[in-house]
Design a protein around this ligand. Structure first.
Ligand code: F6R
Length: 254
């Protein structure tokens, strides 16, 4: 393991996605061990999939309880019902929630079928504030550098809102759908400011198709061209990547 000791972001590069999943699940478990009332921010997509498997294993093997934990997800497709198999709500239940003892009332995801996305977004921010903010937010990164669905061009001050997905994201996400035309084109996402308020952030990236985004996030000027670059301004953020994702900036991780 190569580890950089500078304060933030901390940069950790591991061999492959299995090691990334084990390491990230241990970091989340450590948070739950320290505080059983933790508020954990979560992401969907292919990257955290294995981390959730590891967390389920830990839940069983160490009897780590999620009964008092609250979770907050980054985003939900707009126009997709929570029971639809393509919704992020459905994903979270299938990948994690159905296998741990979390209480349904402690799960927070945007309502993707609201007729009033402005009110939904405002309410989502209020709910996050009311539960005391996020202790640790697990996030992924898009191949274009997005975090949540804050696409390139998003403001550092952005808050939860309805957004249009970029063409790159629609193409990337089409691998989960039969046809590209079926991919939702909008989502309700938390903002960059919302993510930056988490007390700790853990960004995961695996695979070669993330190498440009990781390099841009760490080395290009901080700004909306690469939304993940704003994470360099966070006081406690970890970039946890595999060797393939670190390919274009190996020296950052040495
Ligand atoms: C998902 C999310 C997105 C993904 C990103 C990477 O809730 O907010 O930012 O984390 O698009 O997706 P994968 O992991 O599928 O490559």
């Amino acid at each position: 393991m190569a580890k950089n000791t500078s304060k933030s972001p901390q940069k950790i590069c591991l061999k492959n996605k299995i090691e990334v999943a084990k390491f990230s699940s241990e970091m989340i478990d450590q948070q739950l061990f320290m505080n059983k009332n933790s508020v954990i921010g979560l992401a969907t997509g292919s990257t955290p999939h294995q981390t959730y498997r590891e967390l389920i294993k830990i839940h069983v093997s160490r009897q780590r309880s999620w009964a008092q934990v609250k979770t907050v997800n980054l985003d939900e497709y707009y126009g997709v019902h929570r029971n639809n198999t393509q919704s992020y709500n459905y994903y979270m239940h299938m990948q994690l929630f159905n296998y741990i003892d979390i209480r349904k009332c402690n799960i927070l995801l945007p309502n993707g079928t609201t007729s009033d996305p402005i009110a939904e977004a405002k309410n989502y921010e209020k709910k996050i504030t009311d539960i005391g903010g996020i202790d640790l937010w697990l996030i992924g990164i898009g191949s274009n550098g997005h975090i949540g669905f804050n696409e390139p061009g998003s403001s550092r001050k952005s808050r939860t809102r309805l957004v249009n997905l970029s063409d790159t994201t629609i193409t990337d996400n089409s691998r989960f759908f039969d046809k590209e035309i079926d991919v939702p084109t909008q989502a309700i996402t938390v903002g960059i400011a919302t993510i930056m308020e988490a007390r700790k952030i853990l960004l995961l990236a695996t695979g070669k198709n993330k190498s440009r985004a990781i390099n841009a996030a760490l080395n290009e000027p901080i700004g909306p061209n690469c939304p993940a670059s704003f994470l360099r301004q966070h006081p406690d953020c970890t970039f946890l990547v595999d060797e393939a994702a670190a390919e274009l900036c190996k020296s950052d991780f040495s």
